[in-house]
Design a protein around this ligand. Sequence first.
Ligand code: MLT
Ligand code: ZN
Length: 484
Amino acid sequence: MYETALPAPLHDALLALLGPAGFLTQATDTSPYCTDWRALYHGRCAAVLRPATTEECAKAVALCHAHGVPMVPQGGNTSMVGGATPDGSGRAVVVSTTRMRQVIAIEHADLTMTVEAGVTLKAAQDAAAAEGLLFPLSISSEGSADIGGILSTNAGGNNTVRYGNARELALGLQAVLPDGTVLDLMRRLRKDNTGYALRQLLIGAEGTLGIITRAIIQLQPAPRSRETALCAVADAKAALDLFAAFRREDPSAIQAFEFMSGVSMGLVNTLIEGASLPLAQPAPAYALVELASPRAGNSLRELMEDVLGHALETGLVSDAVLAESEAQRLDLWKLREEHAEAQKRAGASVKNDVSVPLPAIPTLIAQATAACEALIPGIRVAPFGHIGDGNIHFNLVQPEGADPEAFLAQDHAIMDTVAAIVRKLDGSFSAEHGVGQLKTYLMPSWRGGAELTTMHRIKNAIDPANLMNPGKIFPPDRGTSPRK
Ligand code: MLT
Ligand code: ZN
């Protein structure tokens, strides 16, 4: 008797190909791959495949394809939308990139890193830093999230305001298509107009078109001067005015510009050990600003002091603290990076990862706050996020003492309430987390007509049997799993 639901010939071929370290079938080994980070989805799988090379991955995918077995690509398993979790049928295999962990090359002459998909973002950042360079992407889950995952979801994060999303950083890409074909696009060219930019199709496809196995990423020179400040402000409008003040002086110096509401900062302050607000008193809202330059010297300190000095004089900022050491800088960032964890500890939460044009952010926050408070009395409205690029995590935390399941049962009502306001403001219901399985139901009304039809045609052309990450991105008629 086999432990898995796989046909015996496939089981034996996969075991022979991947070996026991690359082919997990025991429930105790596979279950961590079947639950998402937020514990919203509890799926099942027939096996977890952990290929160590692109060639192994391609052969394993070809075998699964030949047997009609669905495949769920998974990186660091940090999706916010259930994008890497299998459904409850137990038919699919999870294809994990975690054993493809090599930083292959760093080229100083053209500032690139060639890297395998399973390298964590943190490991890639560290490898770049060891060479005096910067890997220009940073997200809260960077210790676990891997390169394949950040490219598959076109991750954004804290430095999008300066360097763009993952899409803008990838020069080259290698992927295994649903039938096992290796699509090799590992060119590190800035200019290459030779037909369709296929790598851009794979990036942001959330694993529905193939499994990204390697990439060539554009690096930057490492900053040699950096200034970081936490500022107390009245509201999002004040934070945006402060952002504009920095941008007027030197837009190229802004490395990050983040917003945190008083409610969400309050959760970090009380629920995260080692986090403490370094200001005299709590404020209604906060902006975290970081300036950076590859040039050494004091010019950024002058810029920071000039803009903040003026903002303090005019009352735009009521209080501010500047990091005087690397340790203090990390303490300030901890207050921002722990927002997702603090909200998790506060109970169930509904995340609305939305974007709107910058001038619409204050209206979004005011209207969505009022609408959500009217919908669920006692709901904790805890927005924060990457205000400099228009992406607000308009997150809602369950009322204190409420039943988490009862709160989550209202997730569509909450998401629809926020989405209606976002739509009126010409925004998006998913700025950087993707659609996954959580938001598929929103696709027909938001991306219907020619847009969704074209997506279907592309999916059908590349994956006619719908074997690659089924139930993700596309609305229920292609099959989604109900949340467990
Ligand atoms: C973050 O920026 O910390 C995450 O993308 C946000 C979240 O928890 O919604
Ligand atoms: Zn974010």
